[in-house]
Ligand binder design. Structure first.
Ligand SMILES: *[C@@H]1O[C@H](CO)[C@@H](O)[C@H](O)[C@H]1NC(C)=O
Ligand SMILES: *[C@@H]1O[C@H](CO)[C@@H](O)[C@H](O)[C@H]1NC(C)=O
Ligand SMILES: *[C@@H]1O[C@H](CO)[C@@H](O)[C@H](O)[C@H]1NC(C)=O
Length: 437
């Protein structure tokens, strides 16, 4: 995981509009009308009690007053949110998506020299023109945009988290003038903020990545027109993942084989969960702990993850992946396995930004030159459907019981995170008492 993180924002519009509307009954009716209207385009038919795993503890919205109170947006964040509605580019070159395509979501911050490598690798992926590539940005950076705008090998759509701390120069989720810093004592310094379990106050740069990941997941699955009705898998990759030419065909194969070969697997992966491993190179499929490089899953799994929003948002760790391993997955009640091939089809190459300092043995990048070796066997699909599955039962690394690295103690971050989970489901959670309060 990178050092950099993002933040996100909320819908300030509601907060400002609501009191006015409440003044008259007419206003209330108007609001309901607005909500109904917007829900048509936002969520289609949504029934959270139906689709999310029933989980009363995790789903206790009343404690949070439910109504998303998203931060007041800036001009830039507003304009980016509008831009998220633009149709994909390259529709003229690739008017149709293939049947059963696997959508690819690439989430990025601001490392253009890495992004260049990722996009170059994606351009050589067999089958990439059959699908849609969504690039989710944390922050607004021209150099990053230029790279994405140059893509001609598939449909591509950019989205920007309007609540990235990088978009707010004065106020939450960015840095606010009255905020506590580092190990400040809030009562002595009269500053704002809740320290994490180690006594440190929030750092907008640090929290931004977990916020971005969560905003992106919620937006892609539950809101974005291009993806909210997608019935298949979505593959997630990051700005420092080198993608092999056979990645798309392999993930298609794995996804097709999963129901038969590993019905208990939640996901498919392009790479081993040990980011330094190139794979065992055996003649078999591997089921193991879900990894964070090139993972794909479907809506059923997303609903299950979404139903654990409180676990995700309250765990005091600023890393989304460690949060998943230490609290969300363990809450599913059984080990979470993923299905992958015996050779990696994606490689993590960023040594900068690895938070355990484990970059030494991994493939490294120097000014855009990456030394990931792509052999002939990595250029074509190399997974056989008659292979058996080798199950790696021992799940190494972060587990239930791990207390977290901290960085996620501020009530405002937790609240914003929960708001992301419910901002697209507001219609369901709006009750008459909400309207009266
Ligand atoms: C939502 O799902 C629940 C459980 O299946 C059902 O009882 C309820 O009537 C549904 N609500 C709507 C609005 O469809
Ligand atoms: C939900 O939270 C509220 C407020 O904390 C509490 O009164 C209520 O009992 C909780 N409901 C459940 C089902 O836990
Ligand atoms: C989605 O994946 C899960 C886990 O592999 C599987 O149990 C479920 O049936 C799949 N859902 C759909 C709609 O294919």
């Amino acid at each position: 995981m990178g050092f950099y993180r993002k933040t996100r924002v909320k819908d300030a519009a509601f907060r400002r509009v609501l009191p006015v509307v409440l003044v008259t009954l007419l206003g209330v009716l108007f609001l309901i009308f607005l909500l109904k209207t917007s829900s048509v385009s936002d969520i289609v038919t949504w029934n959270s009690s139906e689709v999310d795993e029933p989980s009363p503890v995790n789903y206790n919205l009343s404690r949070f007053n439910v109504k998303p109170k998203l931060p007041k947006q800036t001009k830039l964040s507003n304009s980016l949110q509008k831009r998220n509605q633009l149709p994909p580019r390259n529709l003229d070159l690739f008017p149709n998506l293939a049947k059963d395509h696997i959508i690819i979501v690439l989430y990025v911050h601001n490392r253009p020299q890495y992004l260049q490598v990722v996009i170059q690798s994606l351009s050589k992926v067999e089958g990439i023109s059959e699908t849609l590539l969504i690039v989710s940005h944390d922050g607004y950076f021209e150099e990053m945009n230029k790279i994405i705008e140059s893509i001609r090998f598939c449909q591509v759509k950019q989205i920007f988290t309007p609540y990235s701390p990088h978009l707010y120069t004065d106020g939450f989720p960015g840095v606010s003038s009255g905020d506590c810093k580092d190990k400040d004592d809030a009562s002595k310094k009269h500053c704002k903020g809740n320290p994490d379990q180690y006594g440190n106050h929030r750092s907008p740069k640090i929290v931004s990545l977990k916020h971005h990941w969560w905003w992106m997941m919620n937006t892609v699955w539950d809101s974005l027109e291009e993806t909210r009705d997608h019935s298949g898998h979505i593959l997630f990759i990051e700005e420092d993942h080198f993608i092999f030419p056979n990645a798309y065909r392999n993930i298609q194969l794995l996804t097709a084989l999963k129901p038969k070969k590993c019905p208990n697997c939640y996901a498919t992966n392009l790479a081993p969960s040990d980011v330094l491993s190139k794979g065992e190179q055996w003649e078999s499929l591997i089921a193991e702990k879900m990894g964070n490089v090139g993972y794909a899953f479907n809506r059923t799994v997303w609903r299950k993850i979404h139903s654990k929003a409180r676990n995700f948002c309250f765990f005091d760790d600023y890393n989304w992946d460690i949060t998943m391993w230490a609290t969300v997955f363990p809450s599913f009640g059984a080990p979470v396995y993923t299905l992958r091939g015996p050779r990696r089809s994606a490689a993590h190459f960023g040594k900068c930004g690895l938070h355990q300092g484990q970059g030494e043995r991994g493939a490294c990048i120097d000014n855009g030159a990456v030394n990931v070796e792509v052999e002939e066997i990595d250029k074509v699909a190399n997974i056989k459907s008659d292979w058996k599955v080798h199950v790696i039962r021992r799940q190494e690394g972060y587990q239930a019981g791990f207390k977290g690295w901290g960085g996620w103690g501020d009530e405002r971050d937790r609240r914003l995170c929960l708001d992301f989970a419910y901002m697209y489901h507001f219609r369901d959670t709006l009750s008459s008492s909400d309207l009266k309060s």
